[in-house]
Design a protein around this ligand. Structure first.
Ligand code: SAH
Length: 711
């Protein structure tokens, strides 16, 4: 391929771009690389201080050239880039960084900052350098300066007749070195004191996000450490509200095996704040198999204290939502087939977030160390001096089968179990040693193998395992769409397909599968239809699943607040508000709550509304009215069209918690099954649909409804 490398035309920029070019050319001899000079706004306007030109003054034209296809990659000094790149552009992984320090260049006889006499004039265009140096030497005079490195050196050493006399300059050491002018440096300033600009000394290579092939080539020459440091320093810029008028800088220092982020920020004038942050800790947390209640207490506490949460696909939204509102949430999981962050980018991300001083939680499905690459992430972080600990999780390898009443061991049936990965690249056959999986006293649990169920089953049979060996596929165990197919090695492939098992799924092979339904899971093997309301309670499906049942939840409605239904005037003379559903709380807007609190009105959840003039019932239009009580409709249950058809004969029972759900389900249903009603109104609605086999809950509760038809 021919690639065009865009760069600014300054001597320094050209040196950098040529450096990138020669490294790429050496690594990829089959490609050609050509330098294209693009003039930037920052180069054209030379009569104003850089800080006045706005962020990205040197970058915009290069980015435009990238987006228009004029160039394929752009080489920048990373510190010139705005923290947020234009849509469609990305940075390649950072290469090894140059010298990050600022350097002092003095006019003889001074040789260092300490040598400069009181009142000496130090030139720098950067508010940050001036502010930090002023902290050390308040007696010096700071003045602005512009121009390229050669111009600045000339202004110091050979000022023209009209130019002010300068005693010293501050410049980036990396620039002087790249230009071969290291000789003029009098003193390297300690970067933990004179904190450099974020990303100082770092070359950035920017390219189009869609150029995956080119990115892979550049990334291959990247450096983990430089990438993490570059990201961490940019993070600080984002946090401090990057603006080159302000004295902002960040330098991630790695010393004695630990990172410290030195950072400075402050107002345009006046004193700056300097901080030295030690790296934050990373906690790997096992989220459990899916049901958010199956996280450990310790894991949940860690999530609640997270400042950054990096999570995978199989993690429930409830757990992601349990982090504080201010927590930054980053999704790195992959939808099958779609792009996800490669592991080394996840590692670099975790490291960067930790270096930026934040408490990071890495939330993974199941247990972090069971096919979760938790060990790799931990090793990487420890190697880079970041503290890392792991909080175990309930692994799906054990909890998945258990959710359907299959114990992985059972005395006299299986005396051990083995967890096997059935993951393979694309279409290659699995490299499983079936001959080692013939022990009839063991349970074999295959993860990541839904697409390979038939291949594994026939592999085991060919190796000598009986075709009658019990086998099950459990899919989305402990999640709302949980399913289980049970059979033998001979037919489990077909059965899993017929049951509609979908990823994530586990194949369990062994005699323990036949214990299913016999071990305190009275609903194992039974399917239930439960109409649910979006945003409403999911208690009934939860109870059924806990009993080992499979539940098909169908959304039939959506709860919508009726705005303005309740006004503060309605609370006149009220001393008790009652709700017959949690949805009634939708009426309690902030404005209403303020009045409720001020008047000391009680808010209570009740099963039944009793007549009382001082009671107000917050409810919905379809609810029954009780005379002698004031009802106000504060929400509606709007119908949601049912997806697909409903074949009732596929279910052992259907459970209805309200009359409107009966009407909505039956509008799309055929066949018949036993139906359970939560109360008299729902019972009547079922009768109207011609249902004959109806059971009614003894009390209007989810528990009672489940008991009525499932136990
Ligand atoms: N660390 C995880 C496993 C990660 S590998 C753990 O300990 O559970 C991902 C595989 O786990 C999936 O392909 C699937 O085989 C299995 N898996 C995860 N959650 C599951 C669930 N709720 N039901 C069935 N299988 C699940």
């Amino acid at each position: 391929m021919d690639y065009r490398i865009g760069t600014r035309g300054s001597k320094l920029a050209l040196v950098q771009a040529n450096g990138v070019k020669s490294r790429l050319a050496a690594a990829y001899p089959g490609d050609t690389f050509e330098i294209v000079v693009v003039t930037t706004h920052g180069d054209r306007v030379t009569d104003r201080p850089i800080a006045e030109l706005g962020g990205g003054a040197f970058a915009h034209e290069l980015e435009r050239a990238l987006l228009s296809g004029e160039v394929d990659l752009a080489v920048h000094s990373m510190k010139d880039l705005a923290v947020t790149l234009p849509d469609g552009l990305v940075l390649a992984k950072a290469w090894t960084r140059g010298d990050p320090r600022d350097a002092l260049v003095c006019r003889a006889p001074a040789k260092s900052l300490a040598d400069l006499p009181s009142g000496a004039v130090v030139a720098t265009g950067s508010p940050r350098r001036a502010a930090l140096l002023r902290r050390m030497r308040p007696d010096l005079v700071f003045t602005g300066i512009r121009g390229n490195v050669d111009t600045r050196l000339r202004k110091l050493f050979e000022p023209g007749p009209d130019e002010p006399r300068l005693d010293a300059l501050v410049l980036a050491a990396a620039g002087l070195k790249r230009l071969g002018r290291e000789d003029v440096i009098s003193e390297y300033l300690d970067p933990s004191v004179v904190i450099p600009a974020a990303n100082q000394g770092q070359v950035a290579i920017e390219l189009r996000a869609c150029d995956a092939e080119l990115k892979a080539k550049i990334d291959a020459l990247g450096d983990d450490h430089a990438e993490a440091v570059a990201t961490a320093e940019r993070e600080f810029l984002r946090e401090a509200g990057a603006d080159c008028h302000l004295p902002i800088g960040a330098f991630a220092e790695f010393r004695d095996g630990r990172f410290t982020l030195h950072c400075v920020s402050g107002p345009a004038e006046g004193p700056v704040t300097v901080e030295h942050r030690t790296a934050g800790e990373v906690t790997l947390v096992g989220a459990g198999p899916g049901d958010p209640e199956l996280v450990t207490v310790k894991g949940l506490n860690a999530i609640r204290a997270a400042e950054v949460l990096v999570y995978d696909r199989l993690v429930s939204s409830e757990l992601v939502g349990a982090a504080p509102a201010s927590c930054e949430r980053i999704y790195v999981g992959k939808e099958s087939g779609r792009h996800s962050l490669p592991q080394d980018e996840i590692n670099a991300l975790l490291l960067a977030k930790a270096i930026s001083g934040r408490r990071v939680v890495r939330l993974k499905g199941g247990d972090p160390f069971v096919f979760g690459r938790g060990g790799e992430e931990m090793a990487y972080l420890l190697e880079h001096g970041v503290e890392c600990r792991a909080i175990p999780g309930v692994t799906s390898a054990v909890a998945g089968p258990a959710a359907f009443g299959i114990p992985v061991t059972h005395r006299g049936v299986a005396n051990g179990f083995e967890v096997v990965t059935a993951h393979a690249k694309n279409d290659e056959p699995l490299a499983l040693d079936y001959a080692r999986m013939l022990d009839v006293s063991r349970t074999y649990v295959f993860l990541m193998g839904l697409a390979r169920v038939r291949e594994i089953a026939s592999g085991l049979v060919s190796a000598g395992r009986a075709a009658t060996t019990p086998a099950a596929v459990v899919s989305a165990a402990t999640m709302p769409e949980a399913k289980c197919a049970e059979g033998t090695l001979a037919d489990i492939g077909d059965r899993s397909q017929a049951a509609g098992c979908a990823s994530p799924a586990i194949l369990v092979v062994g005699d323990v599968v036949s214990l299913r339904g016999r071990l305190g899971f009275p609903c194992a093997g039974r399917r239930f239809l439960v109409p649910v309301i979006e945003g409403g309670s999911r208690r009934i499906p939860g109870l059924l699943r806990a009993l080992g049942g499979e539940v098909d939840e169908r959304i039939v409605g959506r709860i919508v607040r009726i705005d303005g239904a309740l006004s503060p005037a309605d609370l006149e003379g009220v001393d008790r508000i009652v709700l017959t559903s949690e949805n009634g709380r939708l009426g309690l807007t902030d404005e209403i709550l303020a009045v409720v609190r001020a008047k000391g009105i009680r808010v209570e959840r009740v099963r039944e509304v009793k007549p009382d003039v001082r009671t107000l019932h917050l409810t919905q239009p379809d609810a029954p009215r009780v005379s002698g009580v004031r009802h106000i409709d504060v929400y509606r249950n709007d119908p949601v069209p049912i997806e697909g058809e409903v074949d009732l004969s596929r279910y052992d029972a259907a459970l209805f918690a309200c009359a409107s759900s009966v009407e909505r389900i039956f509008a799309a249903a055929h066949g018949s099954t036993r139906c359970a009603a939560i109360g008299a109104r729902t019972h009547a609605a079922l009768e109207r649909q011609g249902v004959e086999d109806i059971v009614t809950a003894a009390e209007p509760t989810a528990e009672s409804l489940v008991r009525a038809c499932a136990l």
